[in-house]
Design a protein around this ligand. Structure first.
Ligand SMILES: *Cc1c(COP(=O)(O)O)cnc(C)c1O
Length: 356
């Protein structure tokens, strides 16, 4: 039976990425060696890093005065690296979920954190809009897609202070105006590559403004100066990321991706709103994530949750259980997920409604 992969992360990747990475693990760049056993300083691998950076720039239209880094440590290490490098006196954060809270917790070790707004009062089921970004802070930090709760900031905000965004789970899902951000970062394992590599897009001139000593590995400048080769980078995930970037370009780029993502999300939310058994976790359609579609059993059907998971899983729908903090279900429909899989899932929802 065909399996449809709705896991939230690590998650579905293009078959192109998997096939080419598998080949390179057997033999990389006609070297007669595996990608796993070559020097990261070989000219063949340096070409991989350079091409990945070039495609990042091309697909996202990244201006010249930004650097593109491939680091280890996950998005979670960025929660600490951001304040280490950029926090002087005060920073502002928007609290839209678990990942925001984790970023806030790390920042608090460096000084005063102004949480300008939070949607925690309603279990993070919406994006706060009624707030003003303070001007007396070093930066303003947001999480654009809240992987666990299924909300997303779908526009590039105007900020009077450097804007920093965790885009772990929606990078490359739509064109973004990089100029509006000072830093964009994320773990690769949601929409780009297997776990192990973290991308950081950083405006060079925001660095050098803090007095503290920064350990070399935590200092962005180290990695900018050494072009992500200060220490051994995650070779296999970077190679896989390059394949996904090539696939994205081949597909027509991010405007095309966005159109497909809108279409996939629209048909799935439409079914959730229509189907009497289910309801969305996110009432305002403007706040609904195009990447992680979260929903629960509708009122009166609460006892059917396990039955639906079992029903859907038996039909090849994998990874639809919601995160423990949100409950219910989560269908992650990242870039690599074809619309056919979304349609197959909708059919399963309709069959479940009929037999209930
Ligand atoms: C998954 C995720 C993280 C955590 O990423 P790691 O690479 O595991 O540290 C952070 N932020 C968001 C929005 C995520 O989806």
């Amino acid at each position: 039976m065909k399996k449809h992969n709705f896991y939230a992360g690590p998650s579905i990747l293009p078959q192109y990425t998997i096939d080419n990475t598998a080949k390179a693990i057997h033999e990389f760049a006609d070297m007669g060696l595996s990608l796993m056993e070559i020097s990261h300083r070989s000219k063949q691998f340096i070409a991989v890093v350079e091409e990945a950076q070039t495609l990042f720039r091309e697909l996202l239209n990244i201006p010249e005065d930004y650097s593109v880094l491939f680091l280890g440590g996950g998005a979670s290490l960025q929660f600490a690296m951001i304040p280490f490098n950029l926090f002087n006196k005060k920073a502002a954060y928007l609290n839209t979920g678990v990942w925001s809270k984790k970023a806030i917790k790390e920042a608090k070790m460096f000084g005063e954190v102004n949480v300008v707004a939070s949607s925690e009062d309603k279990n993070f089921s919406y994006i706060p809009r009624d707030y003003k970004i303070p001007t007396d802070v070093d930066y303003f930090h947001i999480t654009t897609n809240n992987t666990i709760y299924g909300t997303e900031i779908l526009e590039d905000l105007d900020s009077p202070v450097p804007l920093i965004a965790d885009m772990s789970s929606d990078i490359f899902s739509r064109p973004i105006d990089v100029k509006k951000y000072a830093v964009i970062y994320g773990g690769a394992q949601k929409n780009l590559a297997p776990a192990g590599v973290t991308f950081v897009i950083i405006k060079n001139d925001i660095l050098g403004k803090v007095e503290r000593q920064i350990p070399s590995m935590l200092n962005y400048k180290t990695h900018i100066d050494k072009e992500s080769m200060f220490n051994t980078p995650p070779v296999v995930p970077i190679f896989a990321a390059l394949q996904t970037l090539k696939w994205l370009k081949e597909k027509g780029g991010l405007a095309v991706m966005e159109k497909l993502n809108i279409e996939k999300a629209e048909i799935l939310y439409k079914e959730i709103d229509r189907n009497k058994m289910f309801k969305s976790n996110v009432p305002n359609p403007k706040d609904r994530s195009r990447m992680n579609v979260c929903f629960v059993m509708n009122d009166g059907f609460e006892d059917k949750e396990k039955a639906f998971i079992d029903f859907a899983t038996a039909k090849g729908m994998i990874g639809i259980k919601g995160h423990r903090d949100a409950g219910g279900f989560r269908a992650s429909i990242y870039n690599a997920m074809p619309i056919e899989s979304v349609k197959a899932f909708i059919e399963v929802m309709q069959e479940f409604e009929k037999q209930a």
